[in-house]
Design a protein around this ligand. Structure first.
Ligand SMILES: [Zn+2]
Length: 211
């Protein structure tokens, strides 16, 4: 197993896993090779679990040439001024993740804003506003005042699932609960809502990305 060792003036050893799944151990300048090996060995199981988690999450690497699918459109990553154009998503060399999140938020506001508006017009819902959040526990929410929020992470799920979330939140403008009547409402628009809801669980790992 490849292991990166970073020595610095720190006092204790610390084990982490890079975004690409490489284990990194940060050590004091005085740490010996044996000491490091012993430390890593002791945390072997934790490390294996973290590496597996990292590698099973498909979009953790934001390097040039990586591809990322947002609202069903696939883009190739490259370095430049933050932006999206025909099949290419550019991010600055520094603070890539922060710039990426900023782009996702903008895109989510546009796409989910338009989707929510068109569904509302089609099915006669009224809501007060659409907002974008960094929520990690849920894909969307709807307040008693009719403000619908979507987490920017929704940009990374297939469009059919984002569609389900929009329908779900719009139905909350009529019923704030998850009663059978609420689900009947959802299913009257999207008969397949149940399977969309289940499929969405497969994207739960996105809630632990981009913190
Ligand atoms: Zn709900």
């Amino acid at each position: 197993m490849e292991l990166k060792v970073e020595k610095s003036r720190r006092k204790t050893l610390l084990l982490t896993v890079d975004r690409d799944g490489t284990p990194v151990v940060r050590t004091p300048l005085s740490a010996s090779a044996e000491e490091i090996a012993r430390f890593v060995k002791k945390h072997e199981r934790w490390l294996a679990r973290r590496i597996a988690e990292r590698r099973s999450a498909p979009i953790t690497v934001l390097g040039d040439g990586a591809s990322v699918t947002l609202f069903g459109e696939t883009y190739t990553l490259s370095t430049g001024r933050s932006g999206i154009r025909a099949g290419v998503l550019t991010l600055p060399a520094e603070n890539r993740e922060r710039a990426f999140v900023r782009l996702l938020k903008k895109l989510t506001a546009e796409k989910m804003g338009a989707l929510t508006a068109s569904l509302a017009a089609q099915y006669g819902f009224s809501y007060s506003a659409v907002r974008v959040s960094s929520a990690r526990g849920r894909w969307g929410s709807c307040s008693a005042k009719g403000t619908i929020s979507y987490t920017f992470r929704i940009a990374l799920v297939p469009p059919s699932l984002a569609y389900y979330v929009a329908v779900h939140e719009l139905c909350h403008t009529r019923r704030l609960d998850h009663s059978p009547a609420f689900w009947r409402e959802v299913e009257s628009i999207l008969p397949d809502a149940r399977s969309a809801r289940k499929a969405l669980r497969g994207y739960g790992y996105l809630m632990n990305e981009f913190l």
